[in-house]
Design a protein around this ligand. Structure first.
Ligand code: MEV
Length: 337
């Protein structure tokens, strides 16, 4: 039997810059140490099977449907995992009879703004390449995983894939050539220690739905949306400078998080009850913002909370605190499965 490749990938949190990143504005992102593990073994039976946690067994799609892979497999499994597997096999120009058995386990809650789909795309692509005996550059994994993300939700900026692949805390911005350039912000750790992560409930809308709804709003109300995007950009640039200078979160992030949150509310990506809870945190002297795509009706996904200096934040009882280190390592290969 061929050896099993095993990789692990963290989740991500967008500190500042979500939605604006889709339009080429910069973003600050950090890897969250909740990890997804993928193992892949070449079986040679022309079938692709996924036998991970139940979160990843919700759909059914063959790799042939996904990317024109000609192995003829029709196994049930998660659509995104098949799509990622099929995309990696197509990129590797793998022969039609190549079969793969994937196993996926994840601590990253889906629908929580924590990059579970980016982690799954990167994890499956990396594990498939390794199982095929290919040593590929991180840039190639990123390129293939971004193709998967693009099929999944239309217009991704690529920051989620970069965050989970590279790990640490990254400053990402689009270059004049239109590519996404991300650089580590190694001094950021001091600014992140007091940040708390809360899962406020999975939104009914997908990331693609939220990105599309901001796009529609921009067509209808370009002035409002462009002003909000510019405000997010200003907050992101100021946060990058403060974190680069090694400032702590109280001085670096408090007003900038509030500014970005106000802009996200103008983009209509914060459900009303989440916005009300954030007003209460602000009244306590703290700040909070939605992180990731957000939601419209109920469930805003991930919310980052910075309690008032020296204090604690009171949040709604239904918000679930996630205890995970920020600035975590990115893709790790050869992990214990
Ligand atoms: C989703 O995590 C972040 C968005 O900005 C979309 C993207 O950047 O691809 C909403």
């Amino acid at each position: 039997m061929s050896p099993e490749a095993a990789v692990s990938v963290p989740g991500k949190a967008i500190l500042l810059g979500e939605h604006a990143a889709v339009y080429g504005y910069p973003a600050l992102v950090t890897a969250v140490d909740l990890r997804l593990t993928v193992t892949a073994r070449v079986t040679g039976d022309g079938r692709i099977t996924v036998d991970g946690s139940s979160e990843f067994r919700t759909g059914a799609m063959s790799a042939a449907e996904a990317m024109g892979f000609s192995g003829g497999a029709e196994a049930p499994g998660d659509r995104l995992a098949y799509l990622a597997c099929g995309t990696a096999l197509a990129h590797a120009d793998a022969p039609g009879g190549t079969g793969l058995a994937l196993r996926i386990a994840s601590d990253i809650p889906p629908g929580a703004g924590l990059g579970s789909s980016a982690a799954l795309s990167v994890g499956v692509v990396a594990a498939v390449f390794t199982a095929l005996g290919l040593r590929v550059a991180a840039g190639t994994i990123a390129e293939v995983a971004k193709r998967v993300e693009a099929r999944q939700h239309g217009r991704p900026s690529g920051v989620d894939v970069e965050a989970v692949l590279r790990g640490g805390t990254l400053w990402c911005r689009r270059t004049a050539e239109g590519t996404l350039a991300c650089a580590p912000l190694s001094t950021a750790q001091a600014g992140l220690t007091r940040l708390e992560l809360y899962h406020t409930g999975a939104p009914a809308e997908s990331t693609g739905d939220m990105v599309a709804s901001v796009g529609l709003l921009r067509e209808r109300e370009p002035r409002r949306v462009n002003a909000a995007l510019a405000s997010i950009e200003a907050a992101t640039l100021a946060a990058r400078d403060a974190l680069a200078a090694g400032l702590d979160a109280d001085r670096a992030l408090l007003p900038l998080m509030a500014r970005a949150e106000a802009a996200l509310e103008a983009l209509e990506v914060v459900p009303a009850d989440v916005a009300r809870a954030i007003r209460a945190i602000e009244a306590q002297g703290g700040a909070a913002k939605v992180s990731g795509a957000g939601g419209r009706a109920a469930g805003g996904g991930l919310v980052l909370v910075l309690p008032a200096p020296g204090g604690a934040a009171t949040v709604p009882s239904q918000w679930k605190r996630l205890h995970a280190r920020l600035g975590a390592p990115g893709l790790l290969e050869d992990v214990a499965a």
